[in-house]
Design a protein around this ligand. Structure first.
Ligand SMILES: Nc1ncnc2c1ncn2[C@@H]1O[C@H](COP(=O)(O)OP(=O)(O)OP(=O)(O)O)[C@@H](O)[C@H]1O
Ligand SMILES: [Mg+2]
Length: 267
């Protein structure tokens, strides 16, 4: 089930089903830090949930920003739906640890914020309103459309951030530790919600996390990043049926395998 990553794997994976995102030979360097990661090649297929795990500081967030088109790599290339990516793609969306809602806008306006910007695909006003309403309902915030961010709990604010991403009908959702500021119960609810809504929206997800359990519960595939400079060291296909809580033995075996890899000297 798990094995070292090779360039051939990435190519084969991209050939099986069309990839939403494909990266080849990425490296990132900065004057202050030297080479942060190198030789990173990966593909995310349509509707696939991929978790990127790694120890703190190994470069996960920087890699996600490069993959999302927010930063340029030193070497290598990123393509989104088969086209070279130079800036964030309108069919991608981002969710971070902080919900980053605009405090002066009501929830519905926060969810719809930016949908009518020029780089977004054109859609009529009614269609946009429908997308906003559907996203708010999907995350369980129907009835709270007129609330301001200050009136929402941390969990509700993160639901709103997820709705804002869904309203873009993304082919790929980039999520960087989206639930790490939440309490354990809210976090578990949000993990279930994420899987549910991205399946319903037919979106793929690239989820950065350093929580092994979160990766196992949510992902179809787990990539492990580590080392100095960082590289992708190992991958696991997670074929445990959902809900995964019902298969504790398989979950424990996978957790031990990932923990062992994390502790491996070469990481
Ligand atoms: N443009 C930059 N300039 C200076 N330092 C940078 C830059 N980009 C990244 N770094 C540094 O690179 C290191 C790795 O950053 P990054 O945030 O990508 O790691 P991470 O794996 O996401 O860590 P964490 O798990 O703590 O979120 C950090 O020490 C960060 O300060
Ligand atoms: Mg990070």
């Amino acid at each position: 089930m798990n094995r070292p990553l090779a360039e051939a794997d990435v190519i084969r994976c991209a050939e099986q089903t069309p990839a939403v995102l494909e990266a080849r030979g990425l490296s990132y360097a900065h004057a202050g830090i030297g080479t942060l990661f190198e030789g990173v090649s990966l593909a995310v297929r349509r509707r696939e949930i991929v978790a990127l795990l790694g120890s703190s500081g190994c470069g996960k967030s920087t890699l996600l920003r490069v993959l999302a088109g927010l930063e340029q790599p030193a070497t290598g290339s990123v393509s989104f739906l088969g086209e070279p990516l130079a800036s964030p793609h309108p069919r991608s969306a981002l969710v971070f640890q902080q919900p980053s809602l605009l405090p002066w806008l009501k929830l519905a306006d926060n969810v719809g914020f930016g949908l009518d910007f020029a780089h977004q695909p054109r859609a009529g006003r009614e269609a946009l309103q429908g997308r906003i309403a559907a996203a708010i309902e999907a995350v369980g915030l129907k009835g709270r459309e007129a609330a301001y961010p200050a009136q929402l709990s941390g969990g509700m604010a993160q639901r709103a951030a997820l709705a804002r991403a869904l309203a873009r009908e993304p082919e790929l959702l980039f999520a960087d530790e989206p639930f790490s500021a939440l309490d354990a119960i809210t976090r578990a609810e949000m993990q279930d919600l994420l899987v549910d809504v991205v399946h319903r929206w037919h979106s793929a997800v690239l989820l950065v996390t350093h929580d092994i359990d979160e990766a196992i519960l949510v992902a179809d595939r787990i990539l492990l990043m580590g080392g100095r400079p960082g590289h992708l060291a190992q991958e696991w296909t997670v074929d445990i049926p959902r809900p995964r809580e019902d298969h504790p033995e398989a979950v424990t075996a996978l957790r031990l395998s990932i923990l062992g890899a994390l502790r491996h000297a070469s990481l």
